[in-house]
Design a binder for this molecule. Structure first.
Ligand code: 2HA
Ligand code: ZN
Length: 291
């Protein structure tokens, strides 16, 4: 089978368009990886070329990333400098499939980027995330990064504290704690495009499916495209509601209370992390747990 006919390629391209239409991918903003199943790689192997050189994963000078947990695997990855709005119309020019070597420290492009280029500048972060995700759930295959305006806006006015950020988002929609009961991780502003921010993000993704990069964007993971896209969509929708609420008032008159969140646990078969269910003194938005 040709890569262009494969269901995983079509699902990936459709999600890229969906993200673009949401306004999350201005210019070349965002990047996106999918870790292929063995049978998916096998089915399109005839379309792979093994002539491309092996390359270091690092992008910045002193980077030398190694991902032994992903050795030998294949990944569908967006191209550096490529635009999400072009992925669905011309996947072969804008994305690639790459393979990691047997020690997990070099990659080679086996398909795509037909007009040249490199995989995303955030490759180290994507692989670091995919490695820790695979460890906690072997079926977690999608890592997605985008620039959603409301999530980013909140990083200027909420404390950059996972407990506060998560709790304020949880209060904006009952489905939030059901969809991501482990909450949102926060990486303070750091230089993007390298190994250090990748390590900081992956440390949080060991437990959390959503990580916000302050003043930049967000990452999420998922078992498939629907779950990863749906997760980002849910967080950004809640962030949009919070921006609207904060535009009207610094205080909430009504909200969902900790014991009401706890009522969700049994019927939905979840366990909302208690770190987010602290008592609040009043309805002021963004107050720290100890205030
Ligand atoms: O431009 O989003 O984080 C791609 C990015 C870098
Ligand atoms: Zn970005």
């Amino acid at each position: 089978m040709k890569v262009l006919e494969a269901a995983f390629l079509k699902g990936y391209a459709r999600m890229a368009t969906d993200g673009f239409l949401q306004g999350w991918h201005e210019r070349n903003g965002g990047n996106f990886t999918y870790r292929l199943k063995d049978e998916e790689a096998e089915a399109v192997r005839e379309d792979f070329s093994e002539n491309a050189p092996w390359q270091r994963i690092g992008w910045q000078e002193d980077d030398h990333s190694v991902f032994p947990g992903l050795a030998g695997e294949y990944f569908l990855v967006s191209g550096s400098g490529k635009y999400f709005r072009n992925i669905e119309t011309d996947p072969a020019a804008n994305v690639c499939i790459l393979q990691l070597n047997e020690t997990g420290d070099l990659f080679r492009i086996v398909w795509g980027l037909t007009e040249g280029g490199r995989p995303t500048s955030e490759l180290a972060t994507h692989l670091a995330n995919l490695e820790v995700c695979k460890e906690r759930d072997p079926e977690l295959r999608v890592v997605y990064h985008c620039h959603p305006a409301n999530i980013i806006a909140l990083t200027y006015v909420l404390p950059l504290d996972s407990r506060v950020f998560t709790r304020e988002i949880f209060e904006m929609a009952t489905e939030c704690p059901i969809v991501f009961p482990e909450g949102i991780g926060i990486v303070p502003w750091m230089l993007c495009g390298g190994q250090k921010i990748g390590e900081a993000t992956a440390e949080l993704m060991k437990k959390q499916d959503v990580v916000v990069w302050a003043h930049h964007g967000a990452f999420c993971c998922g078992r498939d495209f629907d779950l990863a896209f749906g997760l980002m969509h849910t967080v950004e929708k809640a962030a949009e509601i919070l921006v609207k609420v904060m535009s009207m008032s610094a205080y909430k008159l009504n909200t969902i209370k900790p014991d009401q969140f706890r009522e969700l646990n049994a019927p939905f078969g979840i366990r909302i992390n208690e770190d987010f269910l602290y008592e609040k003194k009043d309805g002021r938005i963004g107050c720290m747990p100890e205030e």
